[in-house]
Design a protein around this ligand. Structure first.
Ligand SMILES: [Zn+2]
Length: 343
């Protein structure tokens, strides 16, 4: 009997990490911190440590949830969430569907975005989440988060927001697959889109470096204009306009597009940075950087590359791994696009 009991105690100790073994960090995201969500929606809440219950109230509407349970009582109704509530380091986390299932029926304003105006010349946007598949992109300082995963999630969130605002969205990737840079620009040329937004996360050897940066191309060089991929994309685009056989029309269209790209891109860059600052997102310096990145220079339309933050920085990495923060980033970029589109 005794050896069995001893073995049991040793197993319990090992599981608790008391035996000196490594404490395994949860790999799956635990959801959204409830206090952040409640603050954003002006929902007051109270934690009852004895009953392990959270009481929430918004304009007299009451709801109750229990840590460890996925059922929430809203008024007289029972709502079942995709996962139970958890409590880690005295913070309560709720699953991602909490916002839509619990807060929306409350009648809490979901802070909608404006619709794109019918007169706007932005109808279609190409979203380009960087990397994917074998190309993981950069890694967090703690080596547990890949850029490709973060940026795909931001891209998907941004897609939903833009579509809700009436914009057609084309994703260069919506799965964890490798897509070459060439293919990404070809997709943009074929789609007849008006804007190209590439989404990335940054890395610096200096771990203190943090903040969002929007990269863009200011003045395209003659050499860049003559780049093979760009020429091919021009042909693809002109074919879609049925203008490939008219040299005059071809020159007019390509000249016009170069001018639009040069002059309009900066408007979008400024709009995104302004929205980021207003939302309290940390921006690095003035937030704008010139670049000659492949996808930016080989797309014919205004194009930006948003570096959402530095995975090499502890603070940025913690933010980027929060679904709430990624939603905030998506909202900021969407607002920037809509400011630009409705200008
Ligand atoms: Zn990247």
């Amino acid at each position: 009997m005794m050896p069995r009991l001893l073995a049991f105690i040793l197993v319990v100790l090992a599981l608790n990490g008391c035996a000196g073994g490594p404490v395994i960090a949860p790999t799956a995201p635990m959801g959204v911190p409830l206090p952040d969500l409640c603050q954003r929606y002006h929902v007051s809440w109270q934690w009852d440590p004895i009953a392990q219950e959270v009481m929430m109230e918004y304009k007299g509407n009451k709801s109750m949830a229990m840590v460890g349970s996925s059922t929430v009582i809203v008024g007289q109704k029972q709502i079942v969430l995709s996962a139970p509530l958890t409590r880690v380091n005295s913070t309560i986390y709720v699953p991602e569907d909490f916002e839509a299932k619990v807060l929306a029926p409350y009648g809490v304003p979901l802070m909608g975005l404006p619709m794109v105006e019918s007169s706007s010349w932005v109808h279609t946007v190409v979203l380009d989440p960087g990397h994917g598949g074998k190309d993981t992109g950069t890694r967090s300082w703690s080596r547990d988060v890949d850029e490709k995963t973060i940026v795909l999630d931001v891209g998907r969130r941004l897609k939903r927001l833009l579509e809700d605002a009436g914009i057609r969205v084309i994703m260069t990737r919506d799965t964890d697959d490798f897509i070459s840079l060439q293919e990404r620009t070809i997709m943009a040329a074929k789609s007849g889109a008006d804007l190209f937004i590439s989404i990335h996360a940054n890395f610096s050897r200096d771990r203190a470096v943090s903040g969002l940066i929007v990269y863009y191309l200011d003045d395209i060089t003659w050499r860049e204009l003559d780049e093979e991929q760009r020429r091919e994309n021009e042909r693809t685009y002109l074919e879609s306009l049925k203008a490939e056989n008219s040299p005059v029309l071809r020159n007019i269209v390509t000249d016009m597009m170069d001018t639009v790209k040069d002059t309009r891109t900066k408007v979008l860059v400024r709009a995104i940075i302004r929205e980021a600052r207003e939302a309290g997102i940390r921006v690095r310096g003035n937030g704008m950087r010139l670049c000659h990145f492949f996808v930016v220079r080989n797309t014919l339309i205004p194009a930006v590359l948003v570096e959402t933050g530095f995975l090499s920085n502890r603070g940025d990495k913690n933010k980027l791994t929060s679904p709430l923060y990624r939603q905030k980033l998506a909202r900021v970029i969407a607002r920037g696009v809509l400011d630009y589109a409705n200008e």
